[in-house]
Design a protein around this ligand. Structure first.
Ligand code: HEC
Ligand code: HEC
Length: 365
């Protein structure tokens, strides 16, 4: 046989390399169909950027890179953005993830944002998308009972034994499961979230195993209520708890924090102090420290004009520090000196069985 000319052998090599890749690409993927590139309304995204900086960046990162606080996930992640619809993102902002530090941000749920503002933030998040969108398809049905063992071994260390969240976000939240399709879940498990701790499992698990995991996550879903909640404007009169009691005294650590135990003891002793729930009012209504005022961190400047400067003020949130820290900083900037942040946050307070209340409080009727 004649020797191949260099040009021909190069062409063959080319075919071998790129021909194979093309063949791979054309193989139908069972989980998604044709990609598309979405349009972004640039003006809307620009308005969204200002809102995002105020309300979101300190947890999710100012470019959506995630993890600035707690388990706040990335929002600029390619595998997230290529599969999360605008509706998914808008709903996440609107209803939040109840009982996590992700508040319901819509006015309709007693948060600060109107529907146009939620669309603007969604446009901003969409503008971070760098890869084509994929329309995910639901995987074939799996069995939750089979997914259990795999989950315990491969997922629980980050997402919690029952998906309640641990070092990573929760997977059992009713609002999350209400908006995430089986296809969205399967895709996240297969492809992971590049450059985060979430691994891609597509080369480790069979498609049956992925179906079983999706079935397990789905089995945690509980029904959600989409009705708007009653509008509640928290009153600010009589902010001091135990106004006739002795003044509270706190030794702060790191010049900033006070423990839940110390605050509880001060309450039991009948000491005078002010407790501020710095989360959105919607979170406050779901459950708060009994006797606290609802002053969301984004309203604190205005509210601080009516607060006394000679009493101890303790701010808290669920994060445990991201939101309460913002509120405390604003008070300190406004000239308040007796300000502390509750160290462990509301979830710990509740776990200890210290007094909590849901709905309005203290003459708030
Ligand atoms: C106090 C920190 C904090 C703030 C502020 C915050 N988030 Fe979150 N957010 C979280 C956490 C934590 C989660 C995950 C909750 C869980 O464990 O289920 C989350 C979840 C989300 C999700 C769902 C992501 C997914 O993949 O399921 C979106 C979208 C989101 N946040 C957008 C926003 C936007 C937009 C804002 C501002 C309006 C915002 N967040 C403000 C902490 C925060
Ligand atoms: C080493 C820690 C770790 C392990 C192990 C892990 N995850 Fe994750 N997972 C994460 C983190 C962190 C994120 C959020 C990434 C981000 O910031 O975008 C995530 C995101 C997800 C999401 C997307 C959630 C959303 O709201 O968009 C799903 C679904 C998920 N994980 C499922 C699983 C399953 C199922 C397993 C086991 C097979 C698993 N994860 C194992 C850390 C982990």
């Amino acid at each position: 046989m004649k020797r191949l000319t260099p040009v021909l052998s190069f062409s063959l090599l080319f075919l071998l390399l790129f021909g194979c890749q093309t063949a791979n690409r054309e193989e139908p993927d069972p989980l998604f169909s044709e990609p598309f590139v979405p349009d972004v309304d640039v003006e809307s995204a620009r308005r969204g950027a200002r809102l995002y900086a105020t309300y979101c960046g300190f947890c999710h990162g100012y470019q959506g890179e995630g993890n600035l606080s707690d388990q706040a996930n990335s929002l600029n992640n390619p595998t997230f953005l290529s599969t999360a619809s605008d509706e998914f993102i808008e709903k996440s902002i609107h209803y939040g993830r109840p009982n996590t530090s992700m508040s319901a941000w819509s006015e309709e749920q007693n948060g600060p944002l109107n529907p146009g503002e939620i669309r603007d933030i969604t446009a901003l998040i969409r503008s971070w998308q760098t890869t084509k969108s994929v329309a995910v398809k639901d995987p074939p049905p799996g069995r939750a009972s089979r997914g259990q063992a795999l989950y315990a071994k491969k997922c629980a260390s980050c997402h919690g034994k029952n998906g309640e969240g641990r070092s990573a976000l929760s997977l059992n939240n009713p609002r999350f499961l209400d908006s995430a399709s089986d296809g969205f879940l399967a895709y996240a498990i297969r492809k992971g979230r590049p450059k985060t701790k979430m691994p891609a499992f597509e080369n480790k698990f069979s498609s049956n195993q992925i179906s079983d995991l999706v079935a397990l996550l789905r089995s945690w879903a509980t029904p959600v209520q989409d009705a708007p909640v009653a509008r509640f404007t928290p009153p600010l009169e009589n902010p001091v708890l135990n106004p006739d009691g002795p003044p509270a005294h706190f030794d702060l650590f790191e010049d900033r924090f006070v423990s839940s135990d110390q605050v509880f003891e001060a309450l039991i002793a009948g000491d005078a102090l002010i407790l501020i729930d710095a989360r959105s009012t919607g979170d406050y209504l779901l459950g708060h420290i009994q006797g606290s005022l609802s002053i969301p961190f984004y309203r604190i400047d205005e509210a601080s004009k009516t607060l006394p400067k000679d009493r101890w003020i303790i701010t808290y949130c669920a994060c445990p520090h991201a939101i309460s820290g913002q509120a405390a900083d604003k008070l300190i900037q406004a000239g308040f000196k007796k300000v502390a942040v509750l160290d462990e946050g509301f979830p710990y307070w509740k776990q200890q069985g210290y007094p909590t209340l849901s709905g309005p409080d203290r003459g708030h009727r």
